[in-house]
Unconditional design. Sequence first.
Lengths: 523, 256
Amino acid sequence: MAADTRLPLRGLRNAVIILAVWEIVGRLDLVAGGALPGFTEILFRLWEDRADYPRHIWATLAASGAGFLIGNMVAIAAGIVFALSPATLRLFRGVNIAIFALPPIAIAPILVLTLSGMAPRIALAALGVYFVTMTATVIGLSQADSRATDLIRGYGGSRRDELRLVLFRGAMPSILSGLRIAAPNAVLGAILAEFGGGGRWGLGAYLLGSLGRGEPDRLWSIGLVATLIAGLSYGVFALLSRRIVGATRAVTLNSAIPEVTKVGGTPAFRLFLTLGAVALPFLFWWAFIWLTGVPDLIAKTPWGVVDYLFLSRTAETAQARLLAALAETLPITFAGMLAGLAFAFLLAISSKLFPRAIEAFMPVALITQTMPLVALTPLLVLILGRGPSLTLWVTISVTFFPAFVTLAQGIALVPRSAEELPRAYGGSRWTELRMVTIPASLPYLFAATRLTVPRALLGVMIAEWLATGRGLGNLLNQSRGYLDYGMIWTVAAVSVLLSVVFYQAVVLIERRVLTRMGMSTAE
Amino acid sequence: MDAPDGIALSGVCKTFTGRGRVVEALRDVTLTCPQGSFTAIIGPSGCGKSTAMRIAMGLEQPDKGTVSIAGKTPLQAARDGLTGIAFQDAALLPWRSVRRNVEVPLEVLRRPLATSSEHVEHLIELVGLKGFENALPGELSGGMRQRVAIARALATHPQVLFMDEPFGALDQILRRQMNLELQRIWAESGSTALLVTHGIDEAVFLADRVVVMHAHPGRIVEVIDIPFDRPRQPALFSDATFHQTCDRIAEALHGG
């Protein structure tokens, strides 16, 4: 407890140490022959290039800002509808999972083909925001105090009055903490769209353009600016929610689709909802193409993709190319995800053995939650080159941090008395870990897995697209160059589908295992 | 020489430092519980009664003073399986069945489970949960979970039984019922029992002696002997002398 007052000081001290080490390592060119410049070298470069930045920053800010606004308006509206009507939530389950799981880089080319100007960037930023805020809204609204709503109803209030007087106010903290996580997501979405969409302005475009020129200090200064913007956007909403709510909650990333316990109606109605949940994403796809009015040649409907992949003259070569790409992408996705999860799990568990060390690491892990990690792939290219080890490290770095934060916060929730039981019988720390902490952290391990599935695929595809020239990411990038529209749509559809299938598989295993163990899903 | 005292705390002091404030949780606490006796500690929140028990269990170290459990240090007594423990919340492991939860202390102490399976079954029956051996804690009511915790506390044939408000979360009716059962179980086991509680009537009904503590700093202000014969019947709860004793303890709690 006494440590509370010293914590900011210790954080400052750690930051100074990290910067000093960075400076020394950078100045002496110790990392990959100068791929990591010293901190002051980066700042100098930033100053030299200062004339370039305003337009790039403005482009990224405008896109992410507009996406943030639109995405959140849709998300809050959808959240309200879902909270009021469980059947609608059930019906939109497929759409929600798809939006959560889709690797943004995979659909960036599609958005560029079908929309024009800033619209693709705004759309991707909005997609990055939607899930977080929608979930926060549904959870906030459905966790309202039932006694308070009873009071309103007791005085003859309508459902509208309940919503206005109780539910919305009660949901405020949850929605605000959702916005906080959503803000850096919007920046990340805009940058990813800039990677995938070409265009002259924007930090992503700037980063991509500088990658080929081999100037580490410039790449790092762009990365620093992008991180700063994402961090600031998080900070603004953290401050706002502290002002409004008076308390801020821990940063957690929710990866569970809000679950409704009971949906009434006949079995036929429930079957309709399930089928609808599967069909709706495809309907949305169709409607999107129809609404944008892009010609058939460029925009492929679901049927167009099936035709391209199975019926057309070139179907056989298309299948072969797709399978070859998958054979390259999938193993490394799994390997990276497993390594990231295992590393996070071991570190989180050892927080029980070395509490002080982990306590010092936790702020670092929390800060990474506000960083556009995937967008920093070009920096890793400098250090690791363009081989498969790059892909692996990108994947590990984008899976490790969120998994660690989820696990560490989950393990902190294990009741003290349960942990003390083995110790009260003279058991060792190891006995405590084996009998209590490890099994108790299982729900959080599943939650972390759910969270990392789409991220791992995104990390691999970005590394493949930008650097290694292999796998699905590369196939997508190549098809863009060859104007092979069928393949662009196919890769996008397949990667979204894969992500959804993995996610769904984890959810099914999780449910079965946790039910058998008498535990409930962690949120 | 007779057997060593079940529980002996002498001159125990403990202070906590929190947010720049120093809290004196225990000042010079001396308490001796003879072998086979039942002692209840009662006092307002923050009077250090739970701290005293945690020190006796070996979960906290005293700043000053000595602790002996059946003639040994708390840690040694725990490692030898002499102690049994029930916490305020049942602290069951949700992924273990009732039987496997009762077996937790045996596993920690690395005792063979096969040889105690009969004893475990007997304990589950004793607390009235026969037929629920394979149920998971999530399927049980609050009272049933608390009874599993009591059975677990008895799994090692403890000579010393520590209970920290084991019935705190139960309603009055269930609490009375559990008090009766605890008296029976304790009498059968012949162990030394130390109970931390908020309930005056519970303390008077169960204990041979009631220890009254005050806060700031945490200290023992009075030890009151309870003379009633055993086994005590439910009718005792409406006895006049019972209420007089309760009133005396209430006075000791509120006075100086």
